[in-house]
Design a protein around this ligand. Sequence first.
Ligand SMILES: NC(=O)c1ccc[n+]([C@@H]2O[C@H](COP(=O)([O-])OP(=O)(O)OC[C@H]3O[C@@H](n4cnc5c(N)ncnc54)[C@H](OP(=O)(O)O)[C@@H]3O)[C@@H](O)[C@H]2O)c1
Length: 363
Amino acid sequence: MTRVGVLGGSGTVGRVVVERLAGWEIGPLRVGGRDRDRAAEACEAASGVPAEPFRVDLDDDAALRDFCTGCDIVVNCAGPSYRVLDRVARAALAGGAHYVDAAGDLVAIDALTGGGATGLDHLGLDRRAAVFSAGLMPGLSGLLPRLLAADGPLARLDVYVGGAAAIGPLSAVDALLTRGPRFGTALAAWRAGRIVPGALRPLRSVALPGFRDRVHAWPFLSTEMSRLAAELGVGELRNYTVYVTEAIPEALARAWADDEAALDEHVPAVVTAADTDLAATGPYYAMLFQAVPRDPAPGRPRRVLLRTPDSYALSGAVAALTARELSAGAIPPGAHLACDVLSPSRTLAAMRGDPLVTGVELT
Ligand SMILES: NC(=O)c1ccc[n+]([C@@H]2O[C@H](COP(=O)([O-])OP(=O)(O)OC[C@H]3O[C@@H](n4cnc5c(N)ncnc54)[C@H](OP(=O)(O)O)[C@@H]3O)[C@@H](O)[C@H]2O)c1
């Protein structure tokens, strides 16, 4: 029996975590949020295991502690992630639970560990794992390219991730906060072991495998990708975020040109821009990784392509999968990014069998 607390289990991402865990008969489940009725609704979808709704505001220390008490694993799907940082992770670990975050990244890990990998026994990280970035991007985006480098280093890796999806206000805040050197560098490429600023230009109106019609691809070398390039020894890596119209990059650019204190005022514009994209093509999302191996031996895979109609829901499936790996004892103690501790091949197999995935190619 593994008791799992899903904080934000009534949200877009969290509901899928609840459904998947219940479907795998991992539970009992505790579903948390500020609105207990919404949490109770999410519990109704959890047939197969007992599920209890729990009223909790993550900003309330005592309520968060009560939520985590008795859980073996806490999965966080509440946000905005760049404001949550390590707050829920600390409460989960203090309560003796493992931790999974559908978002969060190195910034959250640094907040938790103070940037060090040792001397963290007081957090419980000698016995428990805290796994961040267990979603699509970050998450699968840092994991799936490893399938292309399994048989040797890559001379070049091109990454295109995006599509059209509704963005809720909470995720819009995360999108607006994703800037600055700790997150990535716009227009940069990775070349010969270093970040080269200003190396790339936006690709406007291009046709890409797996994407509908013509799309716009904006270069953004995320920290996840430069870390991956360094680790795999990729000669050149180009990472693009793909949009079906230019509405979202324009809304983000307007916000980032404004006073940082006024960032929240730009949330409605980002939400509306995402709706514009959705109206243009309907919901779809693709992750395309194209590699040129250094040693072009025949039979080496050169492309991974994954398609889903719902990137948010599929992030929930990845977070649930991470919790399943934890409950199976497949993840060692410590603070990790999901891409470092999930198995690329097992994850790919799980994605092939997931009802939210409409296509996976490894060719
Ligand atoms: N890695 C990826 O690829 C990826 C993809 C999509 C989303 N995400 C991230 O996942 C997170 C969730 O996104 P979403 O679209 O699912 O958001 P959402 O639909 O707005 O759901 C948010 C959930 O968190 C709960 N919540 C919000 N504030 C809370 C608080 N102060 N205390 C306790 N619970 C709280 C909400 O319930 P109440 O309102 O009842 O409290 C709800 O259950 C975001 O941080 C987003 O950036 C990551």
